[in-house]
Design a protein. Structure first.
Length: 174
């Protein structure tokens, strides 16, 4: 199996899921996907991140060791939105190591507050922040203020509004 060629061969959801199933719990193939995400080839980055998100669903323990590297990739402002969307999607479900809480929070708060960011990235970011707030309860107030401000002053999608209201219901009032 030539993973590079397979990733680029077809962009159908079925194909992406099939690759994710073959990558499975194989650290060498997962490592290869993570390396693809770090390249400058936009199409390769997008598809590798998408595949990795499916691998993380099925084998979270196999993807967890790569969370610091995936988080570091968020620093590339020229990276395609698929990278941000899929990395934040992965982070909303997997346990986040304490040693990357600072950087994950930085990116999540940045994406959440960026009105030009895609809805998916913003929604995944608010969930990531909420999960990390378990360790840093004082951040719940900042999250609440940001969400309340967005709901009052921004034109938002139904998905954003729904998630924000669910998170606000679980967040203490200021």
């Amino acid at each position: 199996m030539n993973l590079y060629n397979d990733v680029l061969a077809n962009r159908s959801k079925e194909h992406i899921r099939a690759i994710a199933a073959t990558v499975g719990n194989h650290p060498d193939r997962i490592q290869e996907l993570v390396e693809f995400i770090g390249t400058e080839k936009k199409e390769l980055v997008q598809r590798a991140a998408w595949i990795l998100s499916y691998v993380a669903d099925a084998h979270p323990e196999a993807v967890s060791p790569y969370l610091p590297k995936l988080t570091a990739y968020l620093n590339d402002s020229s990276a395609p939105v698929a990278l941000r969307r899929n990395v934040m999607r992965i982070l909303q479900f997997l346990p986040i190591p304490e040693n990357i809480h600072d950087s994950v929070l930085h990116y999540a708060f940045t994406f959440l507050q960026d009105e030009k960011e895609t809805v998916a990235v913003r929604v995944f970011s608010m969930t990531v922040i909420q999960r990390i707030c378990v360790h840093y309860p004082e951040l719940q107030y900042e999250l609440r203020l940001i969400l309340e401000h967005a709901l009052a002053h921004q034109e938002l999608s139904p998905g954003f509004i729904n998630r924000a209201k669910k998170i606000l219901a679980k967040t203490p009032e200021v």
